[in-house]
Design a protein around this ligand. Structure first.
Ligand code: ATP
Length: 333
């Protein structure tokens, strides 16, 4: 296969540390990549006066693929989430998060193999929030038929391609009768076209309980935006933490690969961030680029490092640095 061009967004906080690790591992597979590094977030704000420069959108549209580190979002005031804006501006409507147990990681369970598919463009992330009066605020949860059908179709297509047995739509339609009701209506309509895949529905609170008690019973989870966010962190907790789970944001002919974790300012600059999620995001990216063999090699190398309990970072019970763990993976590529 020829050379690929990939946009590299180091992000901030632990972003540059883990993105650099992922870049090294991807390069070690021998797949030829030309990286186009672009800044976003606080650094871009200082330099270009905006946290999401047009150049970044342009490069990503042109290349079609990006590997992205976390970007800090100020809480409360300040600029809106760059990650959310990127997903919306580029129409990356599906967020795909495979959550698997890692051998040797002291997680609560050893049999987790979930895929969370999260609607990425609307719901409570529609950005429609306002002050009604001095003491009252409102946020709009926007659910459209088009986006709901599209994400349901994505989930069932994914399940079919990956021979998954079951898709569970996650909702709170007992309370949000119209918005989550429409989401469910669309999921049911699509499910009818995939008779070989079992279709279920779970209320989000009951699903959380079930996941904690018996995660092995679940397969593909089809989630509206906010529930997908919360359920992913819960699922990450089941397998040993945020540092282990990668994600893909996928749209029409375009995809951004990242870790599900944020910029973790508490450990930034210390060199102890777990690079696993970002490295696995790199493997997902290679698979998207058609470099399946290289992607598998990375996944196997990461697995082996965990099986041997070799040079793991502190969050998963070791005492290694990001660089040491990256080198352990590198030596097995
Ligand atoms: P965001 O809102 O941007 O998603 P967050 O508030 O959920 O961010 P994170 O930055 O994701 O928070 O991280 C939460 C905590 O998890 C961090 O403070 C850190 O201690 C831990 N953590 C996250 N990612 C990693 C990692 N790669 N390695 C080690 N610890 C991590």
């Amino acid at each position: 296969m020829g050379k690929h061009t990939v946009v590299l967004i180091p992000g901030d906080g632990i972003g540059p540390e883990v993105v650099h690790a992922a870049q090294k591992i991807v390069e070690a597979t021998g797949v030829e990549i030309e990286w186009q590094t672009v800044e976003a977030g606080t650094k871009a704000l200082e330099k270009y006066g905006t946290p999401l420069p047009e150049a970044l959108l342009k490069s990503t549209r042109r290349c079609g693929v990006a590997l992205k580190g976390p970007i800090t979002t100020p809480i409360g005031a300040g600029f809106p989430s760059v990650t959310v804006a990127l997903r919306k501006r580029l129409g990356l409507y599906a967020n795909l998060r495979p959550v698997r147990s890692f051998p040797g990681v002291p997680g609560r369970y050893q049999d987790v193999d979930l895929v969370i598919i999260r609607e990425n463009t609307e719901g409570l992330y529609s950005g429609l929030e306002q002050w009604v009066d001095a003491d009252t605020t409102e946020a709009v949860k926007r659910v459209t038929r088009g986006a709901s059908l599209r994400i349901a179709r994505f989930a069932f297509d994914y399940a079919r391609r990956h021979r998954r047995k079951m898709v569970t739509a996650v909702h709170k339609a007992n309370i949000l009768k119209l918005s989550d009701g429409l989401f469910l209506e669309c999921a049911r309509e699509v499910a009818a076209d995939y008779p070989e895949i079992e279709y279920r529905e779970r209320i989000v609170d009951a699903l959380c309980l079930n996941l904690v008690l018996d995660p092995g019973r679940h397969d593909v989870l089809l989630c509206p935006n906010l529930y997908g966010d919360i359920v992913s962190d819960l699922a990450a907790g089941l397998v040993g933490g945020l540092g282990l789970v990668p994600a893909a944001n996928i749209g029409e002919g375009m995809a951004i690969f990242e870790a599900i974790h944020g910029s973790a300012p508490d450990i930034a600059g210390q060199g102890i961030a777990n690079p696993t999620a970002m490295i696995l995001a790199g493997a997902m990216m290679l698979s998207y680029l058609g470099e399946e063999e290289a992607a598998n090699r990375i996944e196997k190398a990461v697995q082996e490092v965990y099986i041997r309990g070799e040079r793991l970072t502190p969050d998963v019970g070791g005492s290694a640095t990001t660089l040491e763990m990256t080198d352990a993976v590198l030596s097995r590529i």
